[in-house]
Design a protein around this ligand. Structure first.
Ligand code: HAM
Length: 426
């Protein structure tokens, strides 16, 4: 095959059938679960003022290295914009702008952009689904959010996803912890990797996220945040754990889970697929971000949410060897050797009845159209030749069963087809 002059940009990909079909199903399944929980969809812009995303945290790689930014064309006062690297900050911006009644429960889906080093499961444009609840400090909202994400993974048939749970406390608890952590890291500085020594000065918590071998032992023995939680934080975390147990949702406490965004407070969690390579095995994550709305200029408003990476979850599917849920197959393929007008009229008529129809183009031979019908995966072929046209009939051939053929009156076609398709489903 000759190499085309243009390819999709580095870290992006074209998603074709059947993967694109799986993604549609995935999003539909997510919408079903979230709507049943009283969440409404939010569709926000793909780009925002870069300031919105800077609130994610000045010391996070997402902000310092990975933002796709651009200026608009206003000659006097060009606005500095960025393609969204995630949606939580955008949703808090939308909350401040519209001031909906609380609790505000929303779900979303769409592409995110991060200038990362591309590898399997890590892209520069990737898809997420997610949900947020704004305006309640109730730990039951944390439980509901985690339960919805867990139930979604279950509904996909994924059984090996592990839920890692932690609490990062509020700013008071975090301050105490940070001081203890800095003291500890300082005492062990020489043993730390060069990168972690650098991270340490900017954001000591993020050292805990290092996957470098040299840092492993020091991280394992570091003080843990849960020992520094104040009574209110401790109680909140206990209620979340009790609630998950009440719902039969298993989790592992992960006191060193810090996540890559700076806005988290209290509950944080990650869904991990152990079947994937460890550097990219987080298929979803989230937590509380009680100060973010305020940081964006709104009133003090609590928030909790999660996002699931669609691309990675599909990789986990493959790794678990689960057969994908079937996408809606074609019901009928129309073979018309009389010039194509019959195929045109009939496909329109049947599609309006909810029957999935494809047809041959280019007035190809009967043999070529039958080959296309076989390849299409449709349940039935409808064949219209000159004889059928003259008699106002069609030939119906079962493509999946034993290939039986019958002649049908054109008037009876859609009712007969609907009955046959119903029978085939049962
Ligand atoms: P996040 O952990 O940065 O959280 O991303 C969530 C998920 O998106 C990850 O677990 C991963 O599956 C997927 N993901 C992230 N980066 C990439 C990439 N470069 N390529 C492929 N997949 C990727 C957030 O985005 C937060 N907004 C989640 C949240 C919502 N927290 C509170 N509410």
């Amino acid at each position: 095959m000759s190499k085309s002059r243009y390819q999709s940009p580095k870290g992006t990909r074209d998603i074709l059938v059947p993967e694109s079909n799986r993604i549609s199903l995935f999003i539909r399944a997510f919408e079903d679960i979230l709507s049943s929980g009283g969440y409404g969809q939010i569709i926000s812009p793909i780009f925002e003022d870069i300031g919105v995303f800077r609130r994610i945290g000045d010391s996070t790689e997402i902000v310092t290295k990975e933002m796709f930014d651009l200026y608009d064309k206003d000659p006097k006062n060009p606005q500095h914009l960025a393609l969204r690297p995630e949606l939580t900050a955008s949703i808090c911006r939308a909350f401040v702008e519209h001031r909906p009644t609380t609790p505000w429960k929303v779900w979303y889906q769409g592409p995110q952009f991060r200038y990362e080093k591309p590898q399997a499961g890590r892209y520069r444009q990737f898809l997420q689904v997610g949900a947020e609840v704004l305006g309640t400090p109730d730990p039951h909202a944390d439980i509901e959010i985690i339960a919805l994400a867990s139930r979604f993974f279950e509904s996909l048939g994924l059984t090996k996803i592990e839920l890692m749970l932690n609490s990062l406390g509020d700013s008071d608890s975090r301050e105490l912890y940070n001081a203890a952590l800095i003291k500890y890291l300082d005492a062990n500085k020489k043993e730390l990797s060069h990168q972690s020594q650098e991270t340490m000065t900017k954001n000591p918590l993020r050292v805990l996220d290092s996957k470098r071998e040299e840092d492993e032992e020091i991280i394992r023995n570091a003080p843990i945040i849960t020992d520094f939680l104040n009574d209110e934080n401790k109680e909140h975390f206990q209620i979340v754990q009790d609630g998950l147990e009440l719902l039969g949702i298993t989790y592992q406490l992960a006191p060193r889970l810090v996540r890559g965004l700076d806005y988290y407070t209290k509950t944080t969690f990650e869904f991990v697929a152990p079947s994937l390579d460890s550097a990219q095995n987080a298929v979803g994550g989230g937590g509380r971000y009680d100060g973010l709305v305020e940081a964006l200029g709104g009133p003090a408003t609590e928030g909790i949410g999660f996002a699931i990476g669609i691309d990675r979850t599909l990789l986990a599917y493959e790794a678990e060897n689960i057969s994908h849920a079937p996408f809606q197959d074609l019901d009928v393929f129309i073979v018309d050797t009389t010039g194509g007008n019959e195929a045109l009229i009939l496909s329109d008529e049947l599609r309006r009845q909810g029957i999935a129809v494809d047809r041959g183009f280019d007035q190809r031979s009967m043999k070529a159209q039958m080959k296309a019908a076989d390849r299409s995966g449709a349940q039935f072929a409808i064949i219209i030749g000159t004889d059928e046209l003259a008699e106002n009939q069609v030939t119906l051939r079962d493509l999946r069963g034993d290939g039986t053929q019958s002649i049908l009156d054109r008037q009876l076609l859609s009712t007969t087809l609907l009955n046959l398709l119903q029978e085939a489903k049962e």
